[in-house]
Design a protein around this ligand. Sequence first.
Ligand code: SF4
Length: 328
Amino acid sequence: MAGGRICYVRRSSSSGRPTSSGGRTPRPRGDQPEQLGFEGMPERLFVCTPSKLGSYTDCPRRYRYSYVDRPTPVKGPPWAHNSLGASVHTALRNWYALPEAKRRPEALPVLLKGTWVGEGYRDGEQERTAYRRALQWLESYVETLEPGVDPLGVERVVAVKTAVLAFNGRADRIDARTGPNGPELAIVDYKTGRTGLDVDDARGSQALALYAYAAERVFRRPCHRVELHHLPTGTVAAFDHTPESIARQVSRAEDTARDIMAAERAVTDGADPDEAFPVAPGPGCAWCDFRRTCPGGAGAPAKEPWAAVERTLLPVTPTPPPVSPATE
Ligand code: SF4
C-alpha cells in the first residue's frame, strides 16, 4: 500500500463514456451471467491493483512504461519519501504482529530500526532526522490505538471480480467495528506525506472505495467507512460511502480498465504505442520514475530523491482535531 507517496491530480477516465452501472452497485461476477466474447470464450477480465489503475489514470504513458514495455525502461533513483513511507508502514504491520502485552511504545525503536529503508536520503544526517521524526509519529499514533483491539486484517489482501475487473489489493488495515446497524468494517490507510488530508481525499480515493467494495464481499460484512490516518499530524480524514458512491468508483475503475484493454488491443493490432498510450505532462512528471526517458517529462523540473522528505521534515503546524465523517 501507499506510504509517503506523492499524490498527483488524477484525470477522469479517458473514455468519457457514461458509467455502466448507472449508480447501482455492480454485482460481483459470481452473481452475473458469464459474458461471452468471440468464439464462445469468456471475456477477459482485467487483472488489476489500485496502483495499476491509478497509474493509467495519472498518465497512460507511465502505465505503459510500468506494465507493458519489456524490458521496463530505466527508472530514476529510489525516492526517500517512499523509503520513509515503507518503513513506517512495515513498523505498524509488525506492531500488530506482537503479542498484545508487548505492544508498548518501548518496542517501537526496535520495530522501526528492523524495517528501516535507507534509500534516497541526502545524507546520514537527513536519514537520522527522518528516523527520529518517524519514531515520534509512531509513538503518538500508537497512543491513539485502543488497547486489546486487534484489526480484522493488517496489510490484508482483498480480491473481488466484477464483470470487467479481477481486482486485488493490500489494505493497510481493516478494522471490525460496531456501527449503528451492527457489525461493520472500516478501511484504514496510513499516510506519511507532509500535507494533511481532508474528507475530499477520503471520498475521492478510488483505492479506498475498491478496498471497501472487496472487503465487504470477502468478509460478508458491510463496509462503507474509509479513513486516511495522517501520522505526521495525527489527524484522520474519514468518509462514509453510500452504496451509490462505491458503485460510481467501481464503475469508473471498470471504465479505466476498458480504456487500458482497448489501448493494449490497439497496439497488438499494429497501432503506434506512443499514440495508444499518450503522454500526460503535468506537475506529476517531476516525481515520475520515467522522467528521464519520457519525452513528456523533458520540461519537468528535476527533483532530488530527498526533496519531498526535506519538506516533510520541516516543522509541522498543528492542525485541528479529526475531520468529521460525512456522507455523499
Ligand atoms: S514523465 Fe510525465 S508524461 Fe512521461 S510518463 Fe511520467 S508522468 Fe507521464
